[in-house]
Design a protein. Structure first.
Length: 250
């Protein structure tokens, strides 16, 4: 069960979200707050797995609130908002999902399923606290992600990395046979990966160019990308130019 705090200054929206979350059977509502300050007090006391915040609220916004969370580790964040995706991306926070108003029960269920999956991966690698990229001069380990995890060091070759997704303070590395949670934000990890091999296609997604199987262009500048593992990920309009460079000349 995901221990969850919701926050929305509009009471009907707050109550509806709480009801839809509870109906999934995977969420335990710890608090429903109309005040950001009240929500922060509860979250910073620890033990919260997931927070669902409206973006626009009086005083502190949902974005401001996330910056004031002091617990180690931060809960996973879902935005409940009237804003479309491109606006959410502009805030620069690695929310794992966003749910547009008016709320839809199926959309809420999918967000909870994603939060549950990410939470389990993070818990399984809870001691993962450091990632290093091998220096190019070290020929014997060049081109390898070196991950320190619970007293062990795992080596994942760049060629084995299919895609990476953001989960708040963590990045989840997907290969054909494993998923590893790294306690490094996706932006910091992106800066260490070679740009000739990896491409950021979304605020929350990096893909290996070698593992792209198909790109399907969608309306409004978005794209659906199928990877060699069978995973299907979405490219956002904010990264449209980078995606289009892959299909130039085709």
């Amino acid at each position: 069960m995901l221990k969850t705090v919701t926050c929305d200054d509009e009471l009907p929206a707050l109550e509806l979200m709480g009801q839809m979350l509870a109906e999934t059977g995977d969420v335990e509502i710890m608090a429903q707050c109309q005040s950001v300050e009240e929500a922060l007090d509860i979250i910073n006391a620890g033990g919260i797995d997931l927070i669902v915040f409206d973006i626009e609220m009086p005083g502190l916004s949902g974005v401001d609130a996330y910056d004031r969370i002091t617990t180690d580790k931060k809960p996973l964040l879902v935005f409940a908002t009237a804003h479309p995706e491109y606006a959410v991306e502009a805030f620069g926070i690695d929310a794992i999902d966003y749910i547009l108003k008016p709320f839809d029960a199926e959309r809420v269920r999918k967000a909870v399923e994603k939060a549950l999956r990410l939470s389990k991966l993070i818990d399984a690698s809870d001691d993962a606290s450091e990632v290093e990229v091998a220096e190019p001069l070290a020929d014997e380990i060049a081109g390898v992600l070196k991950i320190r995890d619970a007293g062990r060091v795992h080596f994942i070759a760049y060629g084995d990395v299919i895609w990476i997704e953001a989960a708040g303070d963590y990045s989840l590395v997907h290969t054909h046979d494993r998923e590893a949670a790294i306690r490094v934000p996706i932006k910091a990890l992106e800066s260490k990966l070679p740009t000739d091999q990896f491409l950021r296609i979304h605020r929350s997604t990096i893909v290996s160019k070698a593992h792209i199987q198909e790109i399907q262009k969608l309306p409004k500048g978005e794209a659906q990308i199928t990877l060699t593992s069978g995973a299907v990920v979405k490219g956002s309009r904010s990264f449209r130019e980078a995606i289009e460079r892959l299909t130039n000349g085709v």
